[in-house]
Design a protein around this ligand. Sequence first.
Ligand SMILES: [Fe+2]
Ligand SMILES: [Fe+2]
Length: 179
Amino acid sequence: MAELTRLGQVLHEEHFRILVSICELQNRVSGKAGGKAFEPGNDDDTEEINGLISFLDDVIAHDAFEEDEVFPLIRADGNGLVADQLAEEHMAIEPATHRLRALAVEILRHGPGEGRWTEFRQVAESLFAQMLRHLEMEEELILQRLHHLLDTATDHRLALQHLSARPRYAVETGTAAHN
Ligand SMILES: [Fe+2]
Ligand SMILES: [Fe+2]
């Protein structure tokens, strides 16, 4: 694997976080664990749901950045079909992400009844499968090509722009803005 550019490192770290969180979610909704719904009054469950909401917000921001800044680079490089395919995957992931977030909020407020937990599990399982495929594609089709798509100054500018919009990442990764 070629060394990643600065922006490539930032996106790769986010992909890794998304992968860890989506696998944790999959474990929570499948098998024996999946038979036990979140309980709104339970502190651990409340923390877990809030963590999930925050994770889903990160996914939404990550995808928006790719659509605004990264996919146009791929198109400009003559790979419109690749950009279209990745954008299509976003169009499938986005409604599932928003629906799962809405269900998480509803479960927090009103509990898992009235089919909410059942739907939550279904949407989470579907998002898991979509996300795994998508992350693999982007790692191969975007991150490995960023050297070719970006000059150093643009690479650093975009990495900084994205990190500035995601202060949590900047603090946690230490890749911030001073480099
Ligand atoms: Fe991505
Ligand atoms: Fe993406």
